[in-house]
Design a protein around this ligand. Structure first.
Ligand SMILES: Cc1ncc(COP(=O)(O)O)c(C=O)c1O
Length: 376
């Protein structure tokens, strides 16, 4: 564990450490390679290539500043940054699954993660079992001698189910497997899975961590030899983030807690509005006291804030397109965790998903009410 006991907001701003040149904003080292002072320096980079700067597919000071912040906010000894969330997920699983590994995966996953696990990983010699992870007995029964890890999202995309991280971690560890959590929806502001015993946390940093919707980025934090194995594969696959995008994520991270606070407060009001509205049959938001995952989410988050993601099912699913088209403030776009509020028509034909941004809450409430009225 990383023993930085400063508050999260301080670590978000200062986790990157002081810049050796005194620059207050992190400089962008837009360079492919670094000059070697002499043969001794060359030898040092060959011996410990991920410590010394010599080539930006391996290491770069801007990327290192981002990774230092990520490690600090995740309470991890080490973090790695990637070109996208999918690059983090695929690189990690290829590293963990080497030579015939088996994975247990949540049956509720972001569509590309699910398809990667279901269709691609088996072609690389790995086996995958999908399990409803709210059923801990089913989880326990799914382990095999070759099981390397249990992979799940908290909260799940797009239905916002809440899984019992601590129970899943305990079962995974009983079977000598790792617990790998995609914490994109919850962010380190709501809770930090490594502090709950998980081994690896992953984010699509494209989303809340960056927050401005300007770059694709991925992040992963953890400890132990597995991190060396993932770093080595990242170097071979070339899935490291670019220095430019690393600087963009650093900039976004500094306001993460402010943004998640604001989005959480507005999302709760929006969820209450949707819940009371005659056009919806189900509203998925862990902050609603009646939500099935509320008690668990309350325990995980401390009850102050439940994030900016919600989704709902319409009583008349045939009206989905009309509702989607009726939004004027929420922007119709995929992705999430942006300062701009987004409405997404997810795979499920009955469900619309909202990612709440930082606009004036009343404008978003008016927009949602108007859109839902269109479904009556
Ligand atoms: C939960 C979750 N994990 C991973 C990803 C993939 O991230 P990226 O789009 O940065 O590759 C996404 C993207 O939407 C996501 O929602």
């Amino acid at each position: 564990m990383n023993h930085d006991d400063r508050g999260l907001a301080t670590r978000l701003v200062h986790g990157r450490g002081p810049n050796p040149l005194g620059a207050v904003a992190t400089p962008v080292f837009d360079t492919a390679s670094f000059a070697m002072a002499d043969m001794a320096a060359h030898r040092r980079t060959v011996e410990a290539p991920s410590v010394h700067d010599y080539y930006s597919r391996v290491h770069n000071p801007t990327v290192a500043a981002l990774e230092s912040t990520l490690a600090s906010i995740e309470s991890a000894p080490r973090a790695l940054a990637f070109t996208s969330g999918m690059a983090a997920i695929t690189t990690a699983m290829l590293a963990l699954g080497r030579r015939g590994g088996h994975f247990i995966a949540s049956d509720q996953l972001f569509v590309n993660s699910r398809e990667w696990l279901a269709h691609d990983l088996p072609d690389f010699g790995c086996e995958v079992t999908f399990v409803d992870l709210t059923n801990l007995k089913a989880l326990d029964a799914a382990f095999r001698p070759a099981t390397r890890a249990v992979f799940f999202e908290e909260f799940t995309n797009p239905l916002l189910d809440v899984l019992d991280i601590e129970a899943i971690v305990a079962i995974a560890h009983d079977h000598d497997a790792l617990a790998v959590v995609d914490n994109t929806f919850a962010t380190p502001v709501l809770f930090r899975p490594l502090e709950l015993g998980a081994d690896i946390v992953i984010h699509s940093a494209t989303k809340y961590l960056a927050g401005h919707g300007r770059v694709l980025a991925g992040a992963l934090a953890g400890s132990g030899p597995v991190m060396d194995s993932i770093a080595l594969l990242r170097r071979r696959l070339g899935t490291i983030i670019t220095p430019h995008n690393a600087a963009a994520v650093i900039e976004g991270l500094s306001t993460l807690e402010l943004r998640v606070d604001r989005a959480s407060a507005t999302a709760l009001r929006l969820a209450e509005l949707a819940d009371a509205h005659g056009a919806t049959s189900t509203v998925n938001y862990p902050g609603l006291p009646g939500a099935p995952g509320h008690e668990l989410a309350y325990r995980l988050t401390g009850g102050h804030r439940f994030g900016g993601m919600l989704s709902f099912t319409l009583r008349r699913p045939a009206r989905k397109a009309v509702v989607y088209d009726a939004f004027t403030q929420f922007v119709r776009a995929t992705s999430l965790g942006d300062v701009v509020s987004l409405v997404d028509s997810v795979e499920d034909p009955d469900v619309l998903r909202l990612s709440v941004g930082v606009e004036s809450p009343d404008d978003l409430l008016t927009d949602l009410e108007k859109a839902l009225n269109a479904a009556l």
